[in-house]
Write a protein that binds this ligand. Sequence first.
Ligand SMILES: [Zn+2]
Length: 196
Amino acid sequence: MKSVLDLAQIGQGMYNISRMYKVLRPDLTGCNWDKLVWEKWAAPKHKFIGWIAWHNRLMTRDRLLRFGAPTEASCLLCGDVQEDHEHLFFKCKYSKMIWKEVSNWLDTRIKLVNLASARRAIRRVKKDLCRRVLHMCILACIYQIWMSRNTALWEQKIFCIHTVVKSIKFDIVTRLRNMNTRKIAKENREWIDKLV
Ligand SMILES: [Zn+2]
């Protein structure tokens, strides 16, 4: 990588704020993050947590340990391995069961193993409505898994999968019911009615 900021330049007074910003900000080149997270049909709270998760900035235990916080490393939902974003949202057996239930609900066979695969799965869906609903579901799952993880941390209890999936479905159905149905084609409305 070509260095944006040459340390020698600092001593010579040749650096500036914009160069320093480029050094400190996360490298997001090549990633269409905004389109990925800012699905306008999704609930704002889902988009907010999704945006942070997609940047790997939620305070998972691996990050807390890196910052020197006195915490254990193990995943709060399964206790098996170190908690990081990829494990928590995709590789944890708890999260896998949630994805499986939601996939069955949508009648799709997508397998999500990390954030990149979620992005590919969304892109692959040709039909606009289905793509939007899948997108909403992925963001809702990330949100609910994060909430479950925090409940495990602060209240020492783990929601059963059924409860979490029910919350995800409720969030999606509520959003869809509040849509302006005049803008949704008849066959698409029928598809939504079946989902609801
Ligand atoms: Zn786990």
